[in-house]
Design a protein around this ligand. Structure first.
Ligand code: ADP
Ligand code: ZN
Length: 217
């Protein structure tokens, strides 16, 4: 069963790899960042609560985030597996997932962590453009879409995220090292942790992840 967590600092290539994984394995992509951004765009109460926090690069409170993921994981489409992207991001979230996963019959089976050195992350984030409709990521320097400014997958117009600016990025990276990186040891202890070096190129990372998933599905 492919009940997967995709981990890695902002800019490591999670979004790109997520798109490839869901296209190949047909499991739903659950990106907490995408869910928050949709709520912000629609002006929902959750969006209003999360907007300022996200734009400055901070983490949305655990209780809000955990409740949202639990509701999403309970949906029927997650019965065939799921790809969690951007969750968990704190030990409290990981503990909550460890409890709720088995309770709903959908425990995490694999953790995929992609790492990249900080200097590269800064550069990638500066050039990043995203599709507001399907969530696909591009880069103006290294991963251009076929037609400038347009998403290859769905044809929507690409945008730059509000939190992809140097100040918010610094906060996101600090939060990552302080709050999220401790999850590596957490999942190593669970025996489901797999590391990929994000510097070997998107294609190679993708092939590595694909064979791991093929062997575990
Ligand atoms: P990144 O490119 O930084 O990995 P994401 O799209 O995953 O971005 O998340 C964007 C923002 O949404 C985060 O910086 C944070 O403010 C909020 N967010 C997303 N997932 C979580 C989470 N699991 N817990 C708390 N906040 C989250
Ligand atoms: Zn798109």
């Amino acid at each position: 069963m492919l009940n997967i967590i995709l981990m890695g600092p902002p800019g490591a290539g999670k979004g790109t790899q997520a798109t490839r994984i869901i296209d190949e394995f047909g499991i739903p992509h659950i990106s907490t960042g995408d869910i928050f951004r949709e709520n912000i765009a629609k002006g929902t109460p959750l969006g209003l609560q999360a907007k300022a926090i996200i734009e400055r690069g901070d983490l949305v409170p655990d209780d809000l985030t955990i409740g949202l993921v639990k509701d999403r994981l309970c949906k029927d489409d997650c019965a065939k597996g799921y790809l969690l992207d951007g969750f968990p991001r704190t030990i409290a979230q990981a503990e909550a997932l460890k409890k709720m996963g088995p309770e709903i019959g959908r425990p995490v089976t694999l953790v995929v962590d992609i790492t990249v050195p900080d200097e590269v992350l800064v550069e990638r984030i500066a050039g990043r453009r995203v599709c507001p409709k399907c969530g696909a990521s591009y880069n103006v320097n290294s991963m251009k879409p076929k037609v400038e400014g347009i998403c290859d997958r769905c044809g929507a117009e690409l945008i730059q995220r509000k939190d992809d600016n140097p100040e918010s990025f610094k906060v996101r990276l600090e939060n990552y090292y302080a709050q999220t990186q401790p999850l590596v040891d957490f999942y190593k202890e669970e025996g489901i942790y797999h590391h990929f070096d994000g510097m070997i190129g998107f294609q190679k990372v993708s092939e590595g992840i694909s064979s791991l998933l093929q062997a575990n599905k």
